[in-house]
Design a protein around this ligand. Structure first.
Ligand code: CU
Length: 131
């Protein structure tokens, strides 16, 4: 192996290490999932998401969902949004919202959250079906 080839191989190895790191740490290890996909259409409805730490499968308590958007992008109606507000919940790792759905169909709940011990913002999109 020439010195140049050795340097190239070493660089490739180093790059591979750098690339592999984000897959095992950071915001990507968290996922939001629906507690129940089907929700009631109409005002005063409710939806809930569970935040999971993927490597352990455990629910994550104490996250702050600081920015949320509820829209009909799953049904190609991105501009149709629904008012919603956080509600208290007793179940650890579950974040519930009161929502005023205005139309039956697919709704995307888009979330930005701060998770205890995680520097990056955790993002997620959860699809609900209003019926
Ligand atoms: Cu719509």
């Amino acid at each position: 192996m020439t010195i140049r080839n050795f340097a190239r191989a070493a660089l490739c190895g180093f790059a591979a290490v750098l690339l592999s790191v984000p897959a095992f740490a950071g915001a990507g290890v968290y996922t939001f999932e629906p507690v129940k996909v089907d929700v009631m259409n109409g005002a005063g409805s409710q939806l809930a998401v569970r935040l999971i730490h993927k490597p352990t499968g455990k629910p994550v308590v104490g996250a702050v969902l600081f920015r949320t958007l509820l829209d009909m992008s799953p049904d190609k109606m991105d501009s149709m949004t629904a008012k919603h507000a956080a509600m208290p919940t007793a179940e650890p790792g579950v974040y519930a919202f009161k929502a005023d759905f205005t139309m039956a169909g697919g709704w995307a709940f888009k979330i930005q959250a701060k998770v205890p011990g995680e520097a990056e913002t955790v993002t997620g999109t959860v699809i609900f079906q209003a019926k």
